[in-house]
Design a protein around this ligand. Sequence first.
Ligand code: ARG
Length: 466
Amino acid sequence: MTLWRSRIPGESDPSAQALNSSLAVDRRLGPQDARASAAWARALTRAGVLTPPESDQIIAALGAIGTELETGVFGFQETDEDIHTAVERRLAELIGPLAGKLPTGRSRNDQVVTDFRLWVLDHLPALDAAIADLQTALLERAEADAAAALPGYTHLQRAQPILLSHWWLSHFWPLLRDRERLEQVQRRTGQLPLGSAALAGTAYPIDRDALAADLGFEAAVPNSLDAVSDRDFAVEFLFSLALTGVHLSRLSEAVVLFSSREFGFFEIADAFSTGSSQMPQKRNADIFELARGKAGATIGALAGLLATLKGLPSAYDRDLQEDKLPVFMAYDTLSLLLPALTGALRSLVVNRERMQAALEPDLFATDLADYLVRRGIPFRQAYEISARVVRLAGEQSVPISELTLADLKRLSPAFESDVQAVLDTSRSLAQRSARGGTAPEAVAEQLKEARRAWSHPARNAQGGKG
Ligand code: ARG
Protein backbone atom coordinates (compact mmCIF):
# COMPACT_ATOMS: atom_id res chain seq x y z
CA MET A 1 0.00 0.00 0.00
CA THR A 2 1.35 3.42 -0.83
CA LEU A 3 -0.32 6.19 1.15
CA TRP A 4 -0.07 8.85 -1.56
CA ARG A 5 -1.24 6.92 -4.65
CA SER A 6 -4.54 8.83 -5.01
CA ARG A 7 -2.55 12.00 -5.74
CA ILE A 8 -0.10 10.39 -8.15
CA PRO A 9 -1.95 7.60 -9.96
CA GLY A 10 -0.24 4.70 -11.69
CA GLU A 11 2.48 2.39 -10.50
CA SER A 12 5.89 3.42 -9.25
CA ASP A 13 8.79 2.17 -11.26
CA PRO A 14 10.31 -0.78 -9.40
CA SER A 15 13.65 1.02 -9.18
CA ALA A 16 11.97 4.04 -7.57
CA GLN A 17 10.06 1.75 -5.23
CA ALA A 18 13.24 0.01 -4.19
CA LEU A 19 14.88 3.35 -3.46
CA ASN A 20 11.91 4.77 -1.57
CA SER A 21 11.51 1.79 0.68
CA SER A 22 13.06 2.06 4.11
CA LEU A 23 11.39 -0.98 5.61
CA ALA A 24 14.57 -3.06 5.74
CA VAL A 25 16.00 -0.52 8.16
CA ASP A 26 13.05 1.02 9.98
CA ARG A 27 11.21 -2.21 10.75
CA ARG A 28 13.22 -2.07 13.96
CA LEU A 29 10.97 0.83 14.97
CA GLY A 30 7.92 -1.44 14.91
CA PRO A 31 7.27 -1.72 18.64
CA GLN A 32 7.81 2.03 19.07
CA ASP A 33 5.46 2.77 16.17
CA ALA A 34 2.69 0.70 17.73
CA ARG A 35 3.22 2.34 21.13
CA ALA A 36 3.30 5.91 19.79
CA SER A 37 0.21 5.22 17.68
CA ALA A 38 -1.73 3.99 20.72
CA ALA A 39 -0.78 7.18 22.57
CA TRP A 40 -1.91 9.17 19.54
CA ALA A 41 -5.27 7.37 19.66
CA ARG A 42 -5.64 8.37 23.32
CA ALA A 43 -4.73 11.97 22.46
CA LEU A 44 -7.32 12.00 19.66
CA THR A 45 -9.88 10.68 22.14
CA ARG A 46 -9.11 13.43 24.63
CA ALA A 47 -9.48 15.89 21.74
CA GLY A 48 -12.93 14.45 20.92
CA VAL A 49 -11.87 13.11 17.51
CA LEU A 50 -12.32 9.45 18.47
CA THR A 51 -15.05 8.06 20.69
CA PRO A 52 -13.84 5.95 23.62
CA PRO A 53 -15.11 2.70 22.02
CA GLU A 54 -13.32 3.55 18.75
CA SER A 55 -10.18 4.35 20.65
CA ASP A 56 -10.41 1.09 22.62
CA GLN A 57 -10.71 -0.90 19.44
CA ILE A 58 -7.76 0.85 17.78
CA ILE A 59 -5.59 0.51 20.86
CA ALA A 60 -6.40 -3.18 21.29
CA ALA A 61 -5.49 -3.85 17.65
CA LEU A 62 -2.27 -1.83 18.00
CA GLY A 63 -1.44 -3.92 21.05
CA ALA A 64 -1.84 -7.07 19.00
CA ILE A 65 0.29 -5.57 16.22
CA GLY A 66 2.94 -4.61 18.75
CA THR A 67 3.07 -8.20 19.95
CA GLU A 68 3.30 -9.46 16.38
CA LEU A 69 6.20 -7.11 15.75
CA GLU A 70 8.02 -7.94 18.94
CA THR A 71 7.69 -11.69 18.49
CA GLY A 72 8.67 -11.51 14.85
CA VAL A 73 5.44 -12.99 13.45
CA PHE A 74 4.28 -9.73 11.83
CA GLY A 75 3.78 -10.41 8.13
CA PHE A 76 5.49 -7.68 6.12
CA GLN A 77 4.45 -7.21 2.51
CA GLU A 78 6.45 -6.26 -0.50
CA THR A 79 4.32 -3.10 -0.89
CA ASP A 80 4.95 -1.81 2.63
CA GLU A 81 7.05 1.29 2.03
CA ASP A 82 8.12 1.71 5.62
CA ILE A 83 7.20 0.59 9.10
CA HIS A 84 4.46 3.24 9.46
CA THR A 85 2.78 2.11 6.25
CA ALA A 86 3.04 -1.51 7.33
CA VAL A 87 1.42 -0.86 10.72
CA GLU A 88 -1.35 1.22 9.13
CA ARG A 89 -2.01 -1.53 6.58
CA ARG A 90 -2.16 -4.20 9.26
CA LEU A 91 -4.46 -2.07 11.42
CA ALA A 92 -6.90 -1.82 8.52
CA GLU A 93 -6.75 -5.60 8.07
CA LEU A 94 -7.67 -6.07 11.71
CA ILE A 95 -10.37 -3.39 12.23
CA GLY A 96 -11.39 -2.17 8.80
CA PRO A 97 -12.17 1.47 7.89
CA LEU A 98 -11.95 2.65 11.51
CA ALA A 99 -8.15 2.34 11.06
CA GLY A 100 -8.43 5.30 8.70
CA LYS A 101 -9.20 7.62 11.63
CA LEU A 102 -5.85 7.11 13.33
CA PRO A 103 -3.78 9.32 10.99
CA THR A 104 -6.05 12.29 11.74
CA GLY A 105 -3.91 15.33 12.52
CA ARG A 106 -0.72 13.30 12.34
CA SER A 107 1.90 12.89 9.61
CA ARG A 108 4.63 10.37 9.05
CA ASN A 109 6.94 13.34 9.55
CA ASP A 110 6.18 13.74 13.25
CA GLN A 111 5.51 10.02 13.58
CA VAL A 112 8.88 8.76 12.35
CA VAL A 113 10.94 11.04 14.52
CA THR A 114 8.79 10.23 17.55
CA ASP A 115 9.38 6.53 16.96
CA PHE A 116 13.09 7.13 16.49
CA ARG A 117 13.38 9.12 19.72
CA LEU A 118 11.49 6.37 21.54
CA TRP A 119 13.87 3.81 20.09
CA VAL A 120 16.91 5.72 21.35
CA LEU A 121 15.29 6.13 24.78
CA ASP A 122 14.47 2.42 24.88
CA HIS A 123 18.05 1.42 24.05
CA LEU A 124 20.02 3.87 26.18
CA PRO A 125 19.71 1.80 29.38
CA ALA A 126 21.16 -1.37 27.81
CA LEU A 127 24.09 0.60 26.46
CA ASP A 128 24.70 2.24 29.82
CA ALA A 129 24.56 -1.18 31.49
CA ALA A 130 27.04 -2.68 29.03
CA ILE A 131 29.49 0.17 29.60
CA ALA A 132 28.95 -0.13 33.36
CA ASP A 133 29.81 -3.86 33.14
CA LEU A 134 33.06 -3.08 31.40
CA GLN A 135 33.80 -0.54 34.11
CA THR A 136 33.14 -3.21 36.72
CA ALA A 137 35.68 -5.46 35.02
CA LEU A 138 38.19 -2.60 35.14
CA LEU A 139 37.48 -2.01 38.85
CA GLU A 140 37.95 -5.71 39.56
CA ARG A 141 41.22 -5.68 37.67
CA ALA A 142 42.39 -2.58 39.53
CA GLU A 143 41.71 -4.40 42.78
CA ALA A 144 43.20 -7.75 41.77
CA ASP A 145 46.33 -6.26 40.18
CA ALA A 146 47.01 -3.83 43.05
CA ALA A 147 50.55 -5.12 43.68
CA ALA A 148 51.75 -4.98 40.07
CA ALA A 149 53.86 -2.15 38.68
CA LEU A 150 54.93 -1.52 35.11
CA PRO A 151 56.51 1.25 33.11
CA GLY A 152 54.11 4.00 32.16
CA TYR A 153 54.68 5.04 28.55
CA THR A 154 54.63 8.34 26.74
CA HIS A 155 55.42 8.40 23.01
CA LEU A 156 55.45 4.61 23.46
CA GLN A 157 58.76 5.02 25.34
CA ARG A 158 59.22 3.80 28.89
CA ALA A 159 58.73 6.87 31.04
CA GLN A 160 58.09 6.33 34.77
CA PRO A 161 56.93 3.45 36.96
CA ILE A 162 53.18 3.29 37.56
CA LEU A 163 50.85 0.88 39.31
CA LEU A 164 48.93 -1.41 37.01
CA SER A 165 45.79 -0.51 39.01
CA HIS A 166 46.38 3.11 38.16
CA TRP A 167 46.60 2.17 34.50
CA TRP A 168 43.37 0.13 34.62
CA LEU A 169 41.59 3.04 36.27
CA SER A 170 42.82 5.40 33.56
CA HIS A 171 40.45 3.48 31.29
CA PHE A 172 37.61 3.60 33.80
CA TRP A 173 37.14 7.38 33.85
CA PRO A 174 36.61 7.94 30.11
CA LEU A 175 33.81 5.37 30.30
CA LEU A 176 32.29 7.24 33.22
CA ARG A 177 32.20 10.38 31.09
CA ASP A 178 30.55 8.31 28.36
CA ARG A 179 27.81 7.27 30.74
CA GLU A 180 27.40 10.83 31.95
CA ARG A 181 27.05 11.91 28.34
CA LEU A 182 24.39 9.25 27.73
CA GLU A 183 22.34 10.70 30.60
CA GLN A 184 22.50 14.10 28.93
CA VAL A 185 21.55 12.59 25.59
CA GLN A 186 18.60 10.94 27.30
CA ARG A 187 17.36 14.29 28.59
CA ARG A 188 17.57 15.95 25.20
CA THR A 189 16.06 12.96 23.40
CA GLY A 190 13.05 13.01 25.72
CA GLN A 191 11.36 15.91 23.88
CA LEU A 192 8.22 14.97 21.98
CA PRO A 193 7.76 15.89 18.29
CA LEU A 194 4.35 14.19 17.90
CA GLY A 195 1.51 16.66 17.45
CA SER A 196 3.54 18.73 14.99
CA ALA A 197 1.91 16.96 12.03
CA ALA A 198 3.58 17.43 8.63
CA LEU A 199 5.27 20.72 9.50
CA ALA A 200 2.84 23.44 10.59
CA GLY A 201 1.31 21.81 13.66
CA THR A 202 -1.79 19.70 14.13
CA ALA A 203 -5.21 21.18 13.35
CA TYR A 204 -6.92 19.28 16.20
CA PRO A 205 -7.07 20.32 19.86
CA ILE A 206 -4.35 17.93 20.99
CA ASP A 207 -2.97 18.35 24.50
CA ARG A 208 0.68 17.78 23.60
CA ASP A 209 1.86 17.95 27.20
CA ALA A 210 -0.50 15.14 28.16
CA LEU A 211 0.68 13.22 25.09
CA ALA A 212 4.31 13.79 26.11
CA ALA A 213 3.59 12.49 29.61
CA ASP A 214 1.72 9.49 28.18
CA LEU A 215 4.79 8.44 26.15
CA GLY A 216 7.28 9.17 28.91
CA PHE A 217 8.74 12.30 27.31
CA GLU A 218 9.73 15.26 29.48
CA ALA A 219 8.05 17.89 27.30
CA ALA A 220 6.76 18.63 23.80
CA VAL A 221 9.09 20.26 21.26
CA PRO A 222 8.00 23.93 21.16
CA ASN A 223 8.25 24.46 17.36
CA SER A 224 6.58 22.17 14.84
CA LEU A 225 9.08 22.90 12.03
CA ASP A 226 12.00 22.16 14.31
CA ALA A 227 10.20 19.11 15.70
CA VAL A 228 9.98 17.30 12.36
CA SER A 229 13.49 18.17 11.17
CA ASP A 230 15.59 18.06 14.33
CA ARG A 231 17.92 15.07 14.48
CA ASP A 232 20.34 16.50 17.05
CA PHE A 233 19.42 13.72 19.46
CA ALA A 234 20.49 11.13 16.88
CA VAL A 235 23.77 12.94 16.24
CA GLU A 236 24.49 13.25 19.94
CA PHE A 237 23.67 9.62 20.56
CA LEU A 238 25.88 8.65 17.66
CA PHE A 239 28.67 10.90 18.89
CA SER A 240 28.40 9.22 22.25
CA LEU A 241 28.66 5.80 20.61
CA ALA A 242 31.58 6.92 18.45
CA LEU A 243 33.48 8.35 21.39
CA THR A 244 32.92 5.20 23.44
CA GLY A 245 34.23 3.33 20.39
CA VAL A 246 37.33 5.52 20.44
CA HIS A 247 37.84 4.81 24.14
CA LEU A 248 37.50 1.08 23.54
CA SER A 249 39.95 1.29 20.66
CA ARG A 250 42.61 2.95 22.81
CA LEU A 251 42.25 0.37 25.55
CA SER A 252 42.32 -2.35 22.91
CA GLU A 253 45.43 -1.05 21.24
CA ALA A 254 47.22 -1.14 24.58
CA VAL A 255 46.12 -4.73 25.16
CA VAL A 256 47.28 -5.73 21.66
CA LEU A 257 50.70 -4.25 22.39
CA PHE A 258 50.99 -5.56 25.94
CA SER A 259 50.03 -9.08 24.90
CA SER A 260 52.64 -9.21 22.14
CA ARG A 261 55.77 -11.27 22.79
CA GLU A 262 57.79 -8.06 22.71
CA PHE A 263 56.02 -6.73 25.80
CA GLY A 264 54.70 -9.96 27.30
CA PHE A 265 52.78 -8.14 30.04
CA PHE A 266 49.40 -9.74 29.32
CA GLU A 267 48.18 -13.07 28.10
CA ILE A 268 44.70 -13.16 26.57
CA ALA A 269 42.67 -16.14 27.81
CA ASP A 270 42.04 -19.00 25.39
CA ALA A 271 38.33 -18.20 25.10
CA PHE A 272 39.18 -14.74 23.76
CA SER A 273 42.24 -15.58 21.67
CA THR A 274 42.31 -16.56 18.05
CA GLY A 275 44.78 -18.71 16.21
CA SER A 276 46.30 -18.50 12.78
CA SER A 277 45.33 -20.92 10.03
CA GLN A 278 48.93 -20.87 8.76
CA MET A 279 51.17 -20.28 11.74
CA PRO A 280 50.38 -22.69 14.58
CA GLN A 281 52.54 -20.84 17.11
CA LYS A 282 50.38 -17.72 16.93
CA ARG A 283 47.96 -16.44 19.50
CA ASN A 284 46.18 -13.43 18.14
CA ALA A 285 44.32 -10.60 19.85
CA ASP A 286 41.55 -10.39 17.23
CA ILE A 287 38.90 -9.36 19.76
CA PHE A 288 40.89 -6.25 20.62
CA GLU A 289 41.86 -5.61 17.02
CA LEU A 290 38.20 -5.74 16.02
CA ALA A 291 37.39 -3.23 18.75
CA ARG A 292 40.13 -1.00 17.39
CA GLY A 293 38.92 -1.46 13.82
CA LYS A 294 35.20 -1.11 14.39
CA ALA A 295 35.73 2.24 16.08
CA GLY A 296 36.51 3.51 12.59
CA ALA A 297 33.11 2.56 11.25
CA THR A 298 31.30 4.25 14.15
CA ILE A 299 33.20 7.47 13.48
CA GLY A 300 32.21 7.10 9.83
CA ALA A 301 28.56 6.69 10.81
CA LEU A 302 28.68 9.93 12.79
CA ALA A 303 30.39 11.83 9.98
CA GLY A 304 27.87 10.39 7.53
CA LEU A 305 24.84 11.53 9.52
CA LEU A 306 26.26 15.02 9.98
CA ALA A 307 26.86 15.21 6.23
CA THR A 308 23.27 14.11 5.57
CA LEU A 309 21.92 16.87 7.79
CA LYS A 310 24.17 19.62 6.54
CA GLY A 311 22.37 22.22 4.46
CA LEU A 312 18.92 20.59 4.59
CA PRO A 313 16.16 23.12 4.03
CA SER A 314 13.35 23.14 6.58
CA ALA A 315 11.36 21.13 7.50
CA TYR A 316 11.12 17.41 6.55
CA ASP A 317 13.16 16.24 3.56
CA ARG A 318 13.44 12.65 2.49
CA ASP A 319 17.17 12.78 3.16
CA LEU A 320 16.14 12.38 6.79
CA GLN A 321 15.19 8.79 6.10
CA GLU A 322 18.93 8.12 6.08
CA ASP A 323 19.19 8.97 9.78
CA LYS A 324 18.47 5.55 11.23
CA LEU A 325 20.96 3.20 9.60
CA PRO A 326 24.10 4.86 11.02
CA VAL A 327 22.60 4.93 14.50
CA PHE A 328 21.50 1.30 14.38
CA MET A 329 24.86 0.28 12.95
CA ALA A 330 26.86 2.03 15.65
CA TYR A 331 24.57 0.76 18.39
CA ASP A 332 24.86 -2.81 17.15
CA THR A 333 28.61 -2.50 16.93
CA LEU A 334 28.95 -1.32 20.52
CA SER A 335 26.48 -3.96 21.72
CA LEU A 336 28.74 -6.58 20.19
CA LEU A 337 32.02 -5.12 21.42
CA LEU A 338 31.28 -4.27 25.01
CA PRO A 339 30.45 -7.74 26.38
CA ALA A 340 33.36 -9.32 24.49
CA LEU A 341 35.84 -6.80 25.85
CA THR A 342 34.40 -7.18 29.34
CA GLY A 343 34.93 -10.93 29.27
CA ALA A 344 38.35 -10.62 27.69
CA LEU A 345 39.56 -8.20 30.36
CA ARG A 346 38.17 -10.28 33.20
CA SER A 347 40.04 -13.37 32.02
CA LEU A 348 43.27 -11.65 31.02
CA VAL A 349 46.40 -13.05 32.70
CA VAL A 350 48.94 -10.52 33.95
CA ASN A 351 52.64 -11.39 33.86
CA ARG A 352 54.07 -9.39 36.78
CA GLU A 353 57.61 -10.66 36.25
CA ARG A 354 57.72 -9.30 32.71
CA MET A 355 56.42 -5.96 33.94
CA GLN A 356 58.95 -5.94 36.75
CA ALA A 357 61.76 -6.73 34.33
CA ALA A 358 60.74 -3.77 32.17
CA LEU A 359 61.18 -1.38 35.10
CA GLU A 360 64.78 -0.53 34.24
CA PRO A 361 66.67 1.88 36.50
CA ASP A 362 66.64 4.66 33.88
CA LEU A 363 62.97 5.11 34.70
CA PHE A 364 64.11 6.72 37.97
CA ALA A 365 65.88 9.58 36.20
CA THR A 366 63.09 11.97 37.24
CA ASP A 367 63.31 10.67 40.80
CA LEU A 368 67.01 11.43 40.71
CA ALA A 369 66.29 15.01 39.71
CA ASP A 370 63.65 15.24 42.46
CA TYR A 371 66.31 14.00 44.93
CA LEU A 372 68.52 16.94 44.00
CA VAL A 373 65.58 19.34 44.22
CA ARG A 374 65.08 18.21 47.82
CA ARG A 375 68.70 19.24 48.36
CA GLY A 376 67.95 22.76 47.23
CA ILE A 377 68.95 22.57 43.56
CA PRO A 378 66.49 24.26 41.16
CA PHE A 379 64.62 21.69 39.05
CA ARG A 380 66.03 22.78 35.67
CA GLN A 381 69.58 22.35 36.96
CA ALA A 382 68.68 19.08 38.70
CA TYR A 383 67.25 17.84 35.40
CA GLU A 384 70.55 18.70 33.66
CA ILE A 385 72.55 16.74 36.24
CA SER A 386 70.22 13.76 36.03
CA ALA A 387 70.51 13.83 32.23
CA ARG A 388 74.30 13.71 32.58
CA VAL A 389 73.97 10.74 34.94
CA VAL A 390 71.92 8.92 32.30
CA ARG A 391 74.49 9.79 29.62
CA LEU A 392 77.38 8.59 31.74
CA ALA A 393 75.63 5.30 32.46
CA GLY A 394 75.05 4.96 28.71
CA GLU A 395 78.75 5.53 28.02
CA GLN A 396 79.68 2.86 30.56
CA SER A 397 76.89 0.56 29.29
CA VAL A 398 75.49 0.08 32.78
CA PRO A 399 72.15 1.03 34.34
CA ILE A 400 72.25 4.27 36.36
CA SER A 401 71.92 2.22 39.54
CA GLU A 402 75.40 0.76 38.96
CA LEU A 403 77.30 4.03 38.81
CA THR A 404 79.47 4.59 41.86
CA LEU A 405 78.87 7.38 44.35
CA ALA A 406 82.22 8.84 43.22
CA ASP A 407 80.90 8.96 39.61
CA LEU A 408 77.79 10.74 40.79
CA LYS A 409 79.63 13.17 43.03
CA ARG A 410 81.73 14.25 40.07
CA LEU A 411 78.51 15.35 38.41
CA SER A 412 77.11 17.00 41.54
CA PRO A 413 78.47 17.22 45.07
CA ALA A 414 74.86 17.15 46.29
CA PHE A 415 74.71 13.36 45.81
CA GLU A 416 75.09 11.41 49.07
CA SER A 417 75.09 7.68 49.84
CA ASP A 418 71.30 7.76 50.39
CA VAL A 419 70.83 8.32 46.63
CA GLN A 420 70.66 4.56 46.03
CA ALA A 421 67.34 4.41 47.87
CA VAL A 422 65.83 6.70 45.25
CA LEU A 423 66.38 4.16 42.50
CA ASP A 424 63.56 1.95 43.63
CA THR A 425 60.08 1.28 42.26
CA SER A 426 58.17 1.35 45.55
CA ARG A 427 59.89 4.52 46.56
CA SER A 428 59.24 6.15 43.17
CA LEU A 429 55.58 5.19 43.29
CA ALA A 430 55.14 6.36 46.89
CA GLN A 431 56.45 9.82 45.99
CA ARG A 432 53.46 10.42 43.74
CA SER A 433 50.87 10.58 46.48
CA ALA A 434 49.04 13.77 45.50
CA ARG A 435 45.42 13.18 44.44
CA GLY A 436 45.33 11.46 41.06
CA GLY A 437 48.90 10.12 41.34
CA THR A 438 50.16 6.56 41.16
CA ALA A 439 51.18 6.10 44.83
CA PRO A 440 49.44 3.06 46.33
CA GLU A 441 47.50 5.18 48.85
CA ALA A 442 46.40 7.66 46.15
CA VAL A 443 45.30 4.80 43.90
CA ALA A 444 43.38 3.22 46.79
CA GLU A 445 41.57 6.55 47.25
CA GLN A 446 40.96 6.76 43.50
CA LEU A 447 39.51 3.27 43.50
CA LYS A 448 37.05 4.24 46.24
CA GLU A 449 36.10 7.36 44.31
CA ALA A 450 35.63 5.29 41.16
CA ARG A 451 33.38 2.83 42.96
CA ARG A 452 31.23 5.67 44.29
CA ALA A 453 31.07 7.40 40.90
CA TRP A 454 30.17 4.18 39.11
CA SER A 455 26.63 4.20 40.48
CA HIS A 456 26.06 7.94 39.80
CA PRO A 457 27.93 8.87 36.65
CA ALA A 458 26.04 12.12 36.10
CA ARG A 459 26.93 13.48 39.51
CA ASN A 460 30.48 12.28 39.70
CA ALA A 461 32.24 12.41 36.37
CA GLN A 462 34.80 15.18 36.01
CA GLY A 463 33.04 18.37 35.13
CA GLY A 464 30.06 17.23 37.18
CA LYS A 465 29.28 18.54 40.63
CA GLY A 466 31.44 15.88 42.31
N1 ARG B 1 10.14 6.45 5.97
C1 ARG B 1 10.16 7.86 6.18
C2 ARG B 1 11.43 8.26 6.98
O1 ARG B 1 12.00 7.42 7.57
C3 ARG B 1 8.94 8.29 6.91
C4 ARG B 1 8.56 9.68 6.66
C5 ARG B 1 8.05 9.88 5.26
N2 ARG B 1 7.59 11.22 5.10
C6 ARG B 1 7.44 11.73 3.91
N3 ARG B 1 7.07 12.98 3.86
N4 ARG B 1 7.67 11.07 2.82
O2 ARG B 1 11.80 9.40 7.01
